[in-house]
Ligand binder design. Structure first.
Ligand SMILES: Nc1ncnc2c1ncn2[C@@H]1O[C@H](COP(=O)(O)OP(=O)(O)O)[C@@H](O)[C@H]1O
Ligand SMILES: [Mg+2]
Length: 188
C-alpha cells in the first residue's frame, strides 16, 4: 500500500481535534499490520512539546508558531510513519496528499465557540474567518488541484463527520462530492 499524508484544517471550533481522533480510530480499526496504522498528529500539541514558538501575539493573546521547525518535525514523523493524519489550525500550510478543510455554518460556529472561549473578540474573529472562507482561500493556490476537500459539519455529529472523511479517503465516487469550492456562506 502507498503512504498517505492527510491534513485536516479549519477555523477553531469546526471540530478538527474531535473529528481527526474519530477518523484515525476508524481507519485503524481494520488495519492488521502495525506499520500501516495511521498516526495522529495534533499540531498544537506538537508545537508545545517541541517549543516551536517564535513569539507572542498580544492582540490575539496566543503564541506564534515557528512553522519551519514544525514542518521539519512532521517530515521526520512521516519518515517513521507511513500513514499520518495531521490536524491543526495551520495544517493547510503543510504538504499533503489530501487536505480536508472542516467548515461550519457561522451561526452554529458561534454557538460552539461560545462554549470554547470567553473572549468575544476571538469568537468574532473566527466566525468572520469562516464566513468569508479564509482557509479555503489560503489552501487552493498552494495545493494540487483535486487534493483539497471541504466538509460541512453543521448539524452533524463527530461520528457522522468522521465517516464522511473516511469515505473521502476510501471511496473515489464519494470523494467528488466534497471537492473544495462549493461552500459559500455569503450566498446561502
Ligand atoms: N459535526 C461535528 N464535528 C466536529 N465537532 C463538532 C461537531 N458538532 C459539534 N462539534 C463540537 O465542536 C466543538 C469543537 O471541536 P474541536 O475538535 O475542539 O474543534 P477544533 O479542534 O477545530 O478547534 C467540540 O465541542 C465538538 O464536540
Ligand atoms: Mg483543536
Amino acid at each position: 500500500m502507498v503512504s498517505m499524508l492527510v491534513t485536516i484544517s479549519g477555523v477553531p471550533g469546526t471540530g478538527k481535534t474531535h473529528v481527526a481522533k474519530a477518523l484515525v480510530e476508524r481507519l485503524n480499526k481494520d488495519v492488521k499490520s502495525r506499520k500501516d496504522r495511521y498516526k495522529l498528529v495534533d499540531l498544537n500539541k506538537l508545537a508545545k512539546d517541541k517549543e516551536a514558538f517564535i513569539g507572542y501575539d498580544k492582540r490575539r493573546r496566543s503564541k506564534i508558531v515557528e512553522m519551519k521547525s514544525l514542518k521539519n518535525e512532521v517530515k521526520e514523523l512521516s519518515k517513521e510513519n507511513k500513514n499520518l493524519v495531521v490536524e491543526g489550525l495551520f495544517a493547510h500550510f503543510f504538504d499533503s496528499d489530501i487536505l480536508i478543510v472542516l467548515r461550519c455554518n457561522p451561526i452554529s460556529l458561534e454557538k460552539r465557540l461560545k462554549k470554547k472561549y470567553k473572549w468575544q473578540t476571538k469568537i468574532d474573529e473566527n466566525v468572520e474567518a469562516e464566513l468569508i472562507g479564509v482557509i479555503i482561500e489560503e489552501s487552493l493556490p498552494i495545493h494540487k488541484p483535486g487534493t483539497v476537500f471541504e466538509v460541512d459539519t453543521t448539524g452533524k455529529t463527530v461520528k457522522q463527520t468522521s465517516k464522511i472523511l473516511e469515505s473521502i479517503l476510501e471511496n473515489e465516487d464519494e470523494k467528488m462530492n466534497y471537492v473544495a469550492g462549493k461552500i459559500d456562506w455569503l450566498r446561502v
